[in-house]
Write a protein that binds this ligand. Structure first.
Ligand code: NAD
Length: 421
């Protein structure tokens, strides 16, 4: 877990794809930087009566295919480069998933663990107030991300609606169901991950029944991926880890057993019956990544697979549920070792796909059943996977490059048709 500038990683990945695509300089140059970057500073009254100034970012990376879309993070170490990288990845993600959106991302530099709920509400409302002229259902549609929740989205939607004098559920996604959220959003990202693994296994002629799986990260994506790997794939999850540590069992770690344990003892207790403790934090998680498994799902943070450990990371399928878990140097090593990589912005596109469904439902004021959401999600993700896989085969490139090629070709064509380049 090294210090790598995520925006430099995003640019390097783009450069590689641009070279294979023989992309004209004008398009390549335009795609190396965001179209619009907003930095706002706004004041918030704290519970003790004092006033603090907070810094917020919103990056609209490229909107050739439609309004920009992407999450909002509340994080003490948020930087503009992180937001720019995530906005770039959102741009490729919406294009690869064939969603009529561009990519964006935002963040507020704050530590939510040190703030009361009413302070968080005032920060959310003030941030929206500061960016209200730049966002909107047809301009830029935020969503939850690190340390922001459906409640944050409800406050922000309400504030935007008040400022504009309209009822605008479609300005933001990831809302609670009662104020326009979509059914099926909760586990949508993990579902997308599982669908892509299913399709990859089909292409590889691999039997998933009892296949060994390791999952790093046990939040929204990782924990649902555990359940769905059992339920939908019949796979055997042998290792799981979170920021605290990681555990392993050759016979498999049952999802309901872990849920029950977590309810009783909090997150992974070291002495869960039938499991071996791999170690605390990075130590345990480092070991988890190097286990002999069929499928590895990094679902935590960026840059966990680097040139230092990539030679020992050798699953048949690497399903990148997290954003940016693999550095470009590590990517080359994985490709040399014939690891089938499902690149992040394809693998984790399930979340934004259901966010798009939420926006569609909000705009029509007509809501779908959960089964309908899942069926449409499966169709979209399966099609996106097949497009990338066949591109990789046809062009004899790795899957990440193929995914970039699919999305960049689409965006570049829209830019040409609009007369930008
Ligand atoms: P989350 O905050 O719910 O969970 C993160 C998990 O990672 C936690 O279990 C945490 O303990 C663990 N973690 C943090 N640092 C770690 C470390 N150093 N080693 C091991 N584990 C560590 O987040 P999430 O929503 O599940 O997102 C996980 C990843 O998936 C992120 O990269 C996120 O950007 C990406 N992603 C999420 C969604 C979504 O819909 N939630 C969509 C697309 C991509």
């Amino acid at each position: 877990m090294t210090e790598v500038n995520p925006f430099e990683t995003a640019q390097k990945q783009l450069d590689k794809a641009a070279e294979v695509l023989d992309l004209e300089d004008s398009v390549h140059e335009a795609l190396r930087e965001p179209m619009r970057t907003f930095i706002v500073n706004f004041q918030v009254e704290m519970d003790d009566g004092s006033t603090e100034t907070f810094k917020g970012y919103r990056v609209q990376y490229n909107d050739a295919l439609g309004p920009t879309k992407g999450g909002l993070r509340f994080h003490p170490e948020e930087t503009l480069d992180t937001v720019k990288a995530l906005a770039a990845w959102m741009t490729w993600k919406t294009a690869v998933a064939d969603i009529p959106y561009g990519g964006g991302k935002g963040g507020v530099v704050c530590d939510p663990t040190q703030l009361s709920e009413s302070e968080l509400e005032r920060i959310s409302r003030s941030y929206v107030c500061a960016i209200s002229d730049f966002i909107g259902p047809e301009k830029d549609i935020p969503a939850p991300d690190v340390y922001t929740t459906s409640k944050t989205m409800a406050w922000m939607m309400d504030e935007f609606s008040k400022i504009k004098g309209v009822n605008a559920p479609d300005v933001i996604t990831g809302k609670p169901i009662k104020v326009g959220g979509s059914l099926g959003r909760g586990d949508a990202t993990a579902r997308g991950v599982i669908y892509t693994i299913r399709e990859a296994a089909k292409e590889m002629g691999m039997n998933l029944d009892g296949a060994k799986v390791a999952i790093q990260g046990y939040g929204n994506v990782g924990s649902h991926a555990h359940r769905l790997a059992e339920e939908q794939l019949g796979a055997n999850v042998v290792a799981i880890g979170d920021a605290e540590g990681a555990i392993y069992s050759e016979d498999g770690i049952n999802y309901s057993h872990i849920k029950k344990n977590m309810k009783e003892h909090g997150i992974f207790a070291k002495d869960i019956e039938g499991t071996e403790y791999l170690g605390d934090g990075n130590e345990g998680n480092g070991k988890l990544l190097e286990l002999d498994v069929d499928i590895l799902i990094p679902a935590a943070i960026e840059n966990v697979i680097t040139e230092k450990n990539a030679g020992n990371v050798d699953p048949k399928i690497l399903a990148e549920a997290a954003n940016g878990p693999t550095t470009p140097e590590a990517d080359d090593i994985l490709n040399d070792n014939d690891v089938y990589v499902i690149p992040d912005f394809l693998c984790n596109a399930g979340g934004v796909t259901v966010s798009y469904f939420e926006w569609v439902q909000n705009r029509n004021r007509y809501y779908w059943s959960e089964a309908e959401v899942y069926e449409r999600l499966d169709k979209k993700i399966t099609k996106a996977f097949k497009n990338v896989h066949s591109k990789a085969q046809a062009e004899e490139v790795d899957n990440r490059t193929a995914a970039y090629m699919v999305s960049i070709e689409k965006i570049a064509e829209a830019m040409r048709l609009r007369g930008w380049v």
